[in-house]
Design a protein. Sequence first.
Length: 342
Amino acid sequence: MFLRKLCRGSGALNIRTYSVGVIDKRPPKILITGGLGQLGVECAKYLRGKYGRENVILSDIIKPTTEVANDGPYIFADILDFKGLQKIVVDHRVDWLIHFSALLSAIGEQNVPLAVRVNIEGMHNVIELAKQYRLRIFVPSTIGAFGPDSPRNPTPNITVQRPRTIYGVSKVHAELLGEYYHYRFGLDFRCLRFPGVISSDPPGGGTTDYAIAIFHDVLRKGRYQCYLKPDTRLPMMHVRDALRALSEFLEVPNEKLNRRVYNVTSMSFTPEELAEKINQHLKEFQITYQPDSRQDIADSWPQVFDDSEARRDWQWNPEVDLDNLVSLMIKEVKEKIAANGY
Ligand code: NAD
């Protein structure tokens, strides 16, 4: 249905490039931008397991560790350099683009001009690129795309979005631009609004990072000072669920999607509730609370995320609950500390 509509809309359109993995029966060639952040490296591992090592190219503007370089293809890609991106797509015959590059909420507030460049100008580049080369493009959005005027418990898929951070503003811009390119040009734009994603890798400067830092500090120092108040409820998800959601969503046939942007989540908890769960595994640790500017950001964000549309349209179903998350994180962070000392 979608393919037919596209063909009518633009005569010169090449169907094959839109239908990789469906008509071609060859795995898609995937480029991940901003791939050396919290999500990129794990995402590449996950997708390489599914589509083959050589079919997933990780990219960023920073130097990879030996481990990352040995894990599969890695290249330099600055999302502010349009011609450079064109060359990569052509040289590597890219089919799908996973656009992770961004300055996150707390970091974005510290350097607004850079956040505008990376999050907004960068988005202009990748969406034009995807349009020119008929790429399927995935752009993650966030609970930060909502603001104090949005209903917070629960926050539905469609509601008021008036974020108060440059990060949130840039993500609403990305959502709207992607939808516009979809309806105007037939672009296969896909977007999931993630809650705080929890993994043992160092986080990139977001407001939900406390739920990662607490494991590292408690395991290394036996104490943690939290920058949010004990009763600050935020939606969260273990990275395993986040990557599974991304991967399943990328495969959903277009005719099943009623939207291009979906909320997804697994759970919601407060720092106090998380600390209580950790306490069931580790008896001796101290937690203190010293709220900073991130408290204002958290107070404007959803507390409970309504992902019923994703569950209905493409059967999204989280697997990692709070008990599992705590067990997994203790195990994974211990391994990381033993291997790297951090
Ligand atoms: P991160 O901050 O850890 O990584 C972002 C990466 O972008 C960095 O490695 C950085 O070097 C790269 N980058 C910066 N400028 C660039 C440029 N000019 N060209 C190319 N790359 C550049 O972010 P993350 O936590 O891995 O998040 C990935 C994506 O997922 C982001 O778009 C973020 O908004 C979204 N997201 C993340 C979370 C979360 O909890 N981690 C939650 C919701 C949404």
